[in-house]
Design a protein around this ligand. Structure first.
Ligand code: SF4
Ligand code: SF4
Length: 277
């Protein structure tokens, strides 16, 4: 039901008040949010779809994607889901058991296909974005609208530094910077914004693709974040959402981690010292 009709239907109804309701009926948002404690809130949403395509398999996929997107839209992580399916058994010749077996096999097949596609995509993308010049080229069409940041379900800063007054410079300031560097790209500091967001996001990126869907310039922003996210999450053996008790790796420090970085740095320093001698 569209929000306008919903308002007409529900107007005049009294809803109980509860201070733990963070997002309630008055917000007409994608889902309701109820505070469990200071760290945890539960997001609730129910969707009911009448068939929009003929194939039940694709209908289920579309309905599930649409329903789950309400949770992501509220910055949540889906943990459980309940499917309600209505079959007109007196009119349909249907074997539910067979369908469930087919469904499981189809999901496994699709998961495998997607993994392979993702690996192939990462391989192709790697050569396109590696190095600062190629990364700059990838984001060269960016108009700094920051849509990608606004739709991201994981972006967590209450006030983005790049939207704050700290990033609003006077004309003289731009001129001074342009003179010092011999030129200035406009929009300014684009790559800094994306690298800054990547630094915040890469361990938590869930590859939902929303940033890319929201990009008016068709920049493969989700693919770039997925590639960087996969590499960083693998390096720390971290899977976002695996456990609420697992701290973000950037909040912890283990003495033995990344010895290879230290070793390669030591190698570079030794080479430099030999060269200086
Ligand atoms: S793909 Fe990653 S960076 Fe992009 S919106 Fe989803 S979680 Fe955020
Ligand atoms: S949505 Fe696209 S154009 Fe807008 S800031 Fe993000 S990458 Fe740039």
């Amino acid at each position: 039901m569209p929000p306008g009709d919903l308002v007409k239907t529900l107007c005049g109804m009294e809803f109980p008040k509860d201070t733990n309701v963070i997002v309630g009926m008055d917000a007409l948002d994608d889902a309701g949010v109820y505070r469990i404690n200071d760290q945890l809130a539960i997001i609730q949403t129910v969707d009911f779809f009448t068939p929009i395509v003929d194939d039940p398999y694709w209908f289920g996929q579309i309905a599930a994607a649409n329903a789950l997107s309400d949770i992501y839209a509220m910055s949540g992580i889906p943990k459980t889901a309940m499917n309600l399916v209505a079959f007109p058994l007196n009119k349909m010749d249907i074997s539910l058991e067979e369908d469930v077996k087919d469904w499981e096999a189809s999901v496994n097949k699709l998961t495998e296909e997607r993994k392979q596609k993702r690996n192939q995509n990462n391989e192709g993308l790697r050569s396109d974005i590696e190095g600062i010049d190629r990364l700059l080229e990838t984001f060269s069409a960016c108009i700094n609208c920051h849509n990608c940041m606004r739709v991201c379900p994981i972006c967590y800063c209450r006030q983005c530094h790049f939207d704050s007054d700290n990033m609003k410079f006077s004309f003289d300031d731009y001129l001074t910077r342009a003179e010092a560097r011999g030129g200035l790209t406009i929009p300014n500091d684009t790559l800094l914004f994306h690298i800054g967001r990547m630094l915040h996001m890469s361990l938590s990126c869930v590859s939902c693709g929303m940033c890319e869907d929201a990009c008016p310039m068709a920049i493969p922003v989700a693919q770039v974040f997925t590639l960087v996210g996969d590499r960083n999450q693998e390096a720390f053996d971290y899977i976002p959402g695996r456990s609420l008790d697992e701290p973000l790796p950037l909040k912890t420090f283990e003495e033995e981690e990344f010895l290879e970085v230290e070793q390669s740095y030591t190698g570079v320093s030794a080479r430099q010292e030999n060269h200086n001698d």
